[in-house]
Write a protein that binds this ligand. Structure first.
Ligand SMILES: Cc1cc2nc3c(=O)[nH]c(=O)nc-3n(C[C@H](O)[C@H](O)[C@H](O)COP(=O)(O)OP(=O)(O)OC[C@H]3O[C@@H](n4cnc5c(N)ncnc54)[C@H](O)[C@@H]3O)c2cc1C
Length: 345
């Protein structure tokens, strides 16, 4: 029996089901050291804020509990992901590091750093898909460039083979012991936003919470989605966005759940297509980020490079706090700060 483990580096894929790297390890009987590294330096100015950290804490807590149920432990570390992973690999005599790909420019850079250090240390480094429905490298225009507008991009995606069905969580993962910090040592909830005291009644971070939110949407939201998503005063969208962001639910699981929910109900077709197109917007955003990594800091169209911005700290604060005097704007910003979510319009 194989005893040399791999490190599974959890990132924005905080789930056990439909996780190709875990399936690969489990199906080959390879023991797994599951680890999360809080690396605040790598994202730089894109490091998560207090609301995201609140979610991350609870999502990690849920993942750790799921692994504990299977008699394993999720190991927490802080600092440079590359450094910590290499140290942990040496400590556990691991053969390599597995992870899911991520597409934010800082995360791509982080992956390269881990790969460089792993290669130098003689470790395998394998990255798996699963965060997106379509690989950004596969979706190209006829001239081989990347898409810059949504409609032809989504048309090209829809001409690809259907995303393959999601894989269930491996029934038997051989979790391997290691060492690390306690989740509370990461201090992700040290300074929660004041409204977070109410968030447990609104949100359930984690894989089980994502599945419950999906079920709620299928049973009570999908049939009215086409109109409901346009109405800021109604809870007409799925509210799955943070679950997708932290990878508690894969886009492939969502795609197939939507497609197979009451397949014979023709009245749902328009809602299904509209919802899948929103997942298309998520794909398109990643496609742009991947092919144009300067996007977070530079305009896509260089004509806007010199766009004049008014620097007004008081006006910015008023906007953030929902005090501009424009009711629609203020209502949305207050919804965001109170609930962590904003309507679609
Ligand atoms: C001008 C404007 C820009 C916006 N930009 C974004 C954005 O970049 N990312 C974002 O998540 N939300 C964006 N939104 C908000 C978005 O439309 C929804 O309010 C939000 O995604 C609600 O989450 P949901 O899961 O309930 O959405 P649902 O309507 O249920 O959509 C399902 C999923 O599709 C994806 N999605 C939906 N809309 C967008 C979008 N516009 N861009 C990329 N992915 C999308 C998300 O992953 C979402 O979880 C924007 C809204 C406005 C008005």
């Amino acid at each position: 029996m194989d005893t040399q483990p791999v490190i599974y580096w959890f990132r924005q894929d905080l789930r056990l089901a439909d996780l190709p790297g875990l399936v690969e390890a489990a199906s080959n009987g390879i023991p797994v050291v599951p680890v999360y590294v809080l690396d605040d330096a790598a994202p730089g100015e894109w490091a998560p804020g207090a609301a995201s950290r609140w979610w991350l804490h609870h999502s990690l807590k849920s993942l750790a509990a799921s692994i504990r149920q299977q008699h394993g432990s999720l190991w927490f570390h802080m600092g440079s992901a590359a450094q910590r992973l290499i140290e942990l690999a040496a400590q556990t005599d691991a053969r390599g590091i597995y992870c899911s790909r991520a597409f934010e420019p800082w995360a791509v850079q982080q992956e390269r750093d881990v790969q460089r250090r792993a290669t130098r240390a003689g470790l395998a480094f394998e990255r798996f898909g699963g965060s997106l429905l379509f690989d950004p490298e596969q979706i190209r225009t006829q001239s081989g460039t990347f898409y810059q507008t949504f409609t032809p991009f989504w048309k090209a995606c829809r001409q690809q083979p259907e995303p393959s069905p999601p894989q269930p969580a491996p029934p038997q993962i051989r979790w391997h012991p290691a060492s690390g910090l306690a989740l509370d040592d990461l201090r992700l909830t040290a300074k929660p936003p004041p409204p977070a005291a109410h968030w447990p009644s609104l949100w359930q971070p984690g894989e089980a919470g994502a599945a419950a939110a999906l079920r709620q949407f299928l049973d009570h939201g999908l049939a009215g989605y086409q109109q409901g998503r346009e109405l800021p005063g109604q809870a007409g969208t799925s509210r799955l966005s943070p679950h997708l962001h932290f990878g508690e639910l894969s886009p492939r699981q969502l795609w197939h759940a939507i497609q197979t929910y009451c397949p014979d109900d023709a009245s749902l077709a328009v809602h299904r297509d509209r919802f899948l197109a929103q997942l298309g917007w998520r794909e398109f955003s990643h496609h742009l980020l991947y092919h144009f990594p300067a996007l977070p800091n530079a305009p896509f169209n260089s004509a806007y490079q010199q766009f004049p911005w008014i620097e007004d700290a008081a006006a910015l604060a008023a906007w953030r706090e929902g005090r501009t005097g424009y009711p629609l704007v203020d209502a949305g910003m207050r919804e965001l700060s109170q609930t962590g979510h904003m309507h679609n319009r």
